[in-house]
Design a protein around this ligand. Structure first.
Ligand code: CMP
Length: 138
């Protein structure tokens, strides 16, 4: 079925000038952009967004990284969106990311890995709502 996923182009990829190329990879792969903005997470935003990782040793580093500069937030629509988008972004660790994936092209490390992709339909809804009001979802 056609459904939606949520993505962020992370601060590393924004700093490195990859917004346009990453959006092109996303739309060339058949995803329709239904919400889009440049924004910056506060510490509280990042702590809440990544609450599921609060007990992990990298949580502090993750919050610091995700708040250090602007990000692009987007909601994407496609047949099988969540699963297909995770294939398009590639493995969390860029060293393990397949050829042709966004992380293979643009991630610099396991922490600074260029893009986020929701891991389930439920989280896609939660994460999209975290960033976008209803009138911003087209
Ligand atoms: P993502 O899968 O989008 O969401 C959780 C993030 O935590 C992940 O991307 C990485 O940015 C980060 N992360 C995961 N594992 C590590 C790690 N071992 N060290 C640092 N950051 C990590």
């Amino acid at each position: 079925a056609t459904n939606r996923t949520f993505t962020m182009i992370k601060p590393d990829a924004v700093e490195n000038g990859h917004i346009g190329n990453i959006l092109a990879m996303i739309t060339n792969a058949g995803f329709k952009i239904v919400s889009l903005k440049l924004t910056q997470l506060t510490i509280a935003d990042a702590q809440a967004f990544y609450a599921v990782h609060a007990a992990r040793p990298f949580y502090g580093e993750l919050v610091e990284f995700m708040t250090r500069g602007p990000i692009v937030a987007a909601i994407l629509e496609k047949e099988n969106a969540v699963e297909d988008f995770r294939i398009l972004i590639g493995a969390t660790n860029p060293a393990e990311a397949a050829e042709g994936t966004i992380r293979k092209a643009y991630a610099t490390s396991i922490g600074e890995n260029a893009v986020h992709g929701s891991d389930s339909d439920e989280n896609a809804g939660i994460e999209g709502t975290f960033h976008f009001a209803g009138r911003e979802q087209f």
